[in-house]
Design a binder for this molecule. Structure first.
Ligand code: GLA
Length: 337
């Protein structure tokens, strides 16, 4: 029987020979979950606070207050931080893509804005972040479509991706630069991500890694597909970071809204799933250097609002009371096995 005073093994310590253990944080969780964070995690990612719309809402206005505090917190506690994210089709303000009199920005203007944003942001934090998700989610989920339509692509063409990596490298030459995406283990999309990263490498773009977002659930994706994705990306001699891990209790087509707590069966299945997933990560730890959960404990997850608004989810290894779940103990067992 565990009681609150008993000292728990620390996740970060258990995995110290394999990879860093990270959590996505926001203004609330960095205070409310500070003790869990400092005990178990050694890498932080800002959930939203380093995105374009938050840092740079108007062309002449930057706001660094919250990320500055997050970085100070990591320094105070001997943690590291990943930067997320510089170029994305979402959470980017409309002004970025606007030109004169209602027309879209011309390519030169947009490229200049992108460069200035990356130089300012990555330059400010140069040497303080160990990695950046430079480009997020540029690959399409649709069959027969390689890159996702977006104003970046429409105005600048495919080269916007390579340019973003070049600017990030100029601004922070020591940071490891990542391409980050979801559905990264789905075979069709995996091949497109592979193709993109390979072509960036061949062009000499300064890309060092692939970020596997890992928004997964109790059944999806299969461990075989996870293994194949890891091997495929690693074959490009890329570092791998698992950047946004959560294991949702609900399959994609499960729209139940009646549960107020996870069932025993769900908790058991999730724990088994965490064992499988972390066994794989450990097996490939020569490539995987960082594993970040997209939150801290089940008290808060973005999945409480997505894809079913207002439906509680319990995707992490600490419960709503911030206590370890069976999933936590399974992770400790995997690390020690
Ligand atoms: C994507 C983004 C993250 C976050 C999640 C949802 O995965 O990369 O920054 O917005 O969606 O929380």
């Amino acid at each position: 029987m565990t009681n609150q005073c008993e000292v728990l093994p620390q996740l970060r310590e258990a995995y110290k020979d394999y990879f860093m253990i990270g959590a996505a944080v926001n203004k609330w969780s960095i205070e409310a979950e500070a003790s869990l964070l400092t005990e178990h995690y050694n890498s932080l990612t800002a959930e939203n606070e380093m995105k374009f719309e938050r840092l740079h809402p108007q062309e002449q206005q930057y706001d660094f207050e919250v990320p500055d505090k997050m970085i100070a917190f990591t320094k105070e506690h001997g943690m590291s931080m990943r930067g997320h994210t510089l170029v994305w089709h979402n959470q980017t303000p409309a002004w970025v893509f606007q030109g004169d009199s209602g027309h879209p920005a011309d390519p030169q203007t947009l490229l200049m804005r992108m460069k200035s944003h990356i130089h300012t942001v990555a330059g400010r934090y140069a040497g303080q972040l160990y990695a950046w998700d430079v480009v997020n989610e540029a690959v399409s989920d649709k069959e027969e479509e390689f890159l996702r339509p977006s104003p970046w692509l429409d105005i600048l063409g495919e080269s916007f991706i390579a340019r973003a990596f070049e600017y990030a490298h100029e601004a922070d030459p020591k940071a490891q630069l990542f391409y980050n995406d979801y559905n990264e283990c789905v075979p069709e999309k995996r091949e497109k991500i592979y193709k993109l990263v390979k072509s960036l490498k061949e062009r000499g773009a300064p890309i060092h890694g692939v970020g596997l977002q890992a928004h997964w659930n109790l059944d999806f994706p299969s461990t075989d597909d996870i293994r194949r994705a890891i091997e495929r990306y690693a074959s490009l001699d890329m570092l791998l970071h698992v950047t946004e891990l959560d294991v949702s209790m609900f399959a994609h087509d499960d729209t139940r809204t009646d549960l107020t707590a996870p069932t025993e069966a769900m908790l058991e299945k999730q724990a088994e799933r965490y064992t499988q997933i972390f066994s794989l990560f450990k097996e490939y730890s020569a490539h995987i250097k960082s594993v970040t959960f997209w939150g801290v404990s089940d008290r808060y997850t973005w999945l409480d609002g997505f894809p079913v608004r207002g439906r509680k989810n319990w995707p992490f290894v600490f419960d709503v009371e911030q206590q370890p779940k069976q999933s936590f103990w399974n992770l400790i067992d995997v690390a020690r096995s």
